[in-house]
Ligand binder design. Structure first.
Ligand SMILES: NC(=O)c1ccc[n+]([C@@H]2O[C@H](COP(=O)([O-])OP(=O)(O)OC[C@H]3O[C@@H](n4cnc5c(N)ncnc54)[C@H](O)[C@@H]3O)[C@@H](O)[C@H]2O)c1
Ligand SMILES: [Zn+2]
Length: 361
């Protein structure tokens, strides 16, 4: 138990051994106690600016590389200058990279760590809700290739995660909603108990209330139970793609103007609507879930989307070739499965109807 943060630590079994999520209430002091000579910090420049007073001169004896967390940074072009800097400044195989930021800082750091000198250790300090509730565990290390998202990468978990819940105080409503959207996807996959908890707590969670702490833990537990069984995403973990293929296409289409977890919330509703259209899901279940998801995307302007271009984006997602796409559909709460579906008129009509609902909601 970490007495200061009031939360017991959380461990995850991976192919590289067990790693821990430590809940801390002062990331600066915790990092200082863990940093070793030669470690290099990769810090989200926005986070550094917001937490300037707390950080002060604490990291002055370490090399700090500041990152502008844009999706474009997750690319060969984006990581090359960082690798150059590391090599030129004498970064060694036994030194570590320490990421401080959200999902983009994480993916960039994890990707570089996995290829640098055939693998160096890395430590992660997740600073937004999405990275705290989801991406900090699970080992995935992806960068984009051209317009194709998350095409290059592997599985390479951090050695340690230092999670400071107080970072959440500086998040705006969209960032919180993005995290709640990602957690919603875990809760829906997990089943009725988790979804009922979400239904009861979603309003408070979207305001950044106390319930978020409990939700983050629940979300990490659901994910851990799966990744400990299927870390390399060979089978059961595929269901975590629920809402993601449809969501990635929205992110790609809007050039990431809609944050990941919010796009996934739209994506889950699309998956449910397609499931209803195919006679797989009861329309009442879809409506019940919609009433929660629509709170997550409240206030977001859904763009006018050209259906053909959207389907093109959908095809660009991994594993989609030809006239059909592979997506996760649902028979109900806690009952998701991977399916290949035809891009036919029923599918296009369903999309069109949902998009007009989003523009009006
Ligand atoms: N590797 C994985 O398992 C995994 C899982 C989910 C998503 N991802 C990837 O993560 C990316 C999206 O992540 P993201 O939404 O965290 O992006 P991000 O890293 O750009 O963070 C979003 C915004 O939040 C800001 N931010 C971070 N911490 C903050 C704080 N404490 N206060 C105020 N602002 C803060 C950042 O500066 C940024 O502007 C995508 O590229 C996605 O593919 C990876
Ligand atoms: Zn996600």
């Amino acid at each position: 138990m970490n007495a200061a943060a009031g939360e017991s630590n959380f461990s995850v079994r991976s192919y590289l051994g067990v790693y821990e999520v430590q809940f801390v209430d002062d990331f600066v002091a915790s990092l200082l106690s863990h940093l070793k000579e030669g470690d290099v910090l990769l810090v989200d420049q926005n986070v550094e600016r917001i937490y300037k007073n707390r950080i002060g001169s604490s990291f002055d004896s370490h090399r700090v590389i500041r990152l502008d967390p844009k999706e474009e940074l997750k690319s060969y072009e984006g990581v090359m200058p960082i690798i150059s800097q590391l090599i030129e400044t004498g970064f060694k195989k036994n030194n570590r990279l320490v990421a401080v930021g959200g999902g983009i800082t994480q993916d960039v750091t994890a990707f570089i760590s996995s290829i640098m000198y055939r693998g160096v250790d890395w430590v992660f300090v997740p600073t937004n809700l999405l990275s705290q509730c989801d991406s900090c565990i699970g080992s995935k290390t992806s960068i984009n290739f051209g317009d194709y998202k998350n095409q290059l990468g592997g599985f390479y978990p951090p050695r340690l995660i230092l999670q400071d819940p107080s970072f959440r105080k500086s998040l705006d409503a969209r960032e919180i909603a993005s995290g709640v959207g990602e957690m919603a996807h875990y809760f829906l996959i997990d089943g009725e108990d988790s979804f009922a908890a979400l239904e009861a707590g979603v309003v408070e969670a979207l305001k950044g209330g106390q319930v978020v702490t409990e939700f983050v833990r629940r979300s990490l537990e659901i994910k851990r139970d799966m990744i400990e069984v299927d870390e390399f995403d060979k089978g059961p973990r595929n269901v975590f793609n629920y809402g993601h293929s449809f969501g990635h296409a929205i992110e790609g289409y809007t050039r990431y103007a809609i944050p990941h977890g919010i796009a996934v919330s739209f994506g889950m509703d699309i998956a449910n609507s397609v499931s209803v259209a195919l006679g797989l899901m009861d329309a009442k279940v879809q409506e019940r879930v919609f009433s929660v998801l629509s709170q997550i995307w409240r206030g977001v302007d859904f763009p006018t989307i050209d259906l053909n271009r959207y389907v093109e984006s959908l095809r660009k997602d991994k594993k989609n070739i030809g006239s059909n796409v592979r997506v996760v559909l649902s028979r109900g709460i806690g009952d998701m499965f991977l399916e290949r579906i035809e891009i036919d008129s029923l599918f296009m009509d369903t999309l069109e109807k949902r998009f007009s609902v989003y523009r009006e909601s």
